[in-house]
Design a protein around this ligand. Sequence first.
Ligand SMILES: Cc1cc2nc3c(=O)[nH]c(=O)nc-3n(C[C@H](O)[C@H](O)[C@H](O)COP(=O)(O)OP(=O)(O)OC[C@H]3O[C@@H](n4cnc5c(N)ncnc54)[C@H](O)[C@@H]3O)c2cc1C
Length: 402
Amino acid sequence: MQLTHEHKELYRTVKTFVEGELNPHIAEWEQAGIFPAHEVMKKMGDLGLLGITKPTQYGGLGLDYSYEVLFAQALGNCNCGSLPMAIGVQTDMATPALARFGSHELRKEYLEPAIRGDMVVSIAVSEAGAGSDVANIKTTARKDGGDYVISGSKMWITNGTQSDWACMLVNTSDGKPHLNKSLIVVPMDAKGIDRKTKLDKLGMRASDTAMIFLDEVRVPQRNLIGQEGMGFTYQMLQFQEERLFGAASGIDGLFNVINETIAYTGQRQAFGQSVLDNQYVHFRLAELRTEVEALKALVYQTTEEYLSGKHSPEHIAMLASMCKLKVGRVSREVTDACLQFWGGQGFMWDNVVTRAYRDTRVVSIGGGADEVMLGIICKMMGILPGKKKFEQMKAARDSRAA
Ligand SMILES: Cc1cc2nc3c(=O)[nH]c(=O)nc-3n(C[C@H](O)[C@H](O)[C@H](O)COP(=O)(O)OP(=O)(O)OC[C@H]3O[C@@H](n4cnc5c(N)ncnc54)[C@H](O)[C@@H]3O)c2cc1C
């Protein structure tokens, strides 16, 4: 991926914002178990950072996805994982489907303020009984007059106690699980919503993660995103950007963990020399750096191939899944190995490397666990049992397109 002057300027702007506006407050927000989402989003909206790839008609910058990747990478300079995750929910997880498939009126009402930073947003897909198995969600929306009436619950929802609206996946009919779902914009102040339960987590402590209960919640039918029954498909598309964003936002944080570890082990003395001077330690750090460079190269290559328009959606889905798998695996490897080299200090709660160890653990779980990514990669490689079925689906789609 060729980086232009504009890419570098965007990266610099975001890194400066992270260092000046976010990092000084991280310890306080980690302690509080929440960050002031409205305040942060507004500052970012004012800088034009929340709609980099979104249509200019709704206040976005209308740039291609390579700029979003640089944005995500720069966010990785935050001294915790919570803020990049929460901001990524706003820009790349909860709003892509609305931007692509929502009606003009819906985009005016909900996308535009999200881009301005006047509204905070959540993506509500997972349920207590259905995380990996998205098709198995149980929350339903039935039609009544001009409304949908929604009942059920959602689990582990990022920004969930603070968001103004959620992009929610619900069952709108009893049909086949991949064809009976819809994405609906649900205002979080609607009557019948209970989102008081903030979950206590191992990491990502500055991010509020909520359980949401919906009891006969009325939402106008015009809040449907795109077509009814297409929710599963839209969500799978939305996941591509979520996964690329997640991988890109992991890169700089891992470089920083390695650099912090070099600095610490370089001055820490044991057995008459610095810890870093042990060949095992500096060779290992060189290996870890190589792994993060490989992750970065894969993210950049995936972005380039995605933007080229020359590859099938299946190929891009495979590469995006590989990025997601790789960032989870590399994060675990880097943070665990570096924490070890910090010795007892690495076991202290507020150490930046310890925080990265805790925060990045979720990368292999959220937004599609490693094993789900492996399943997608195998499917695209044609080595998953049931491959025939996939090839038939692809052939049917290709013949429709022709
Ligand atoms: C901090 C945090 C923030 C989150 N934010 C959001 C959010 O904003 N919105 C949202 O909708 N969700 C969110 N989630 C939920 C997240 O996406 C799910 O936790 C994730 O998809 C995994 O689902 P699950 O927890 O139900 O695990 P399960 O589906 O119960 O799976 C448990 C484990 O089983 C294994 N497994 C699953 N499927 C397979 C398979 N096919 N083959 C082999 N092994 C398998 C994996 O190891 C997996 O980790 C968040 C979660 C966390 C922890």
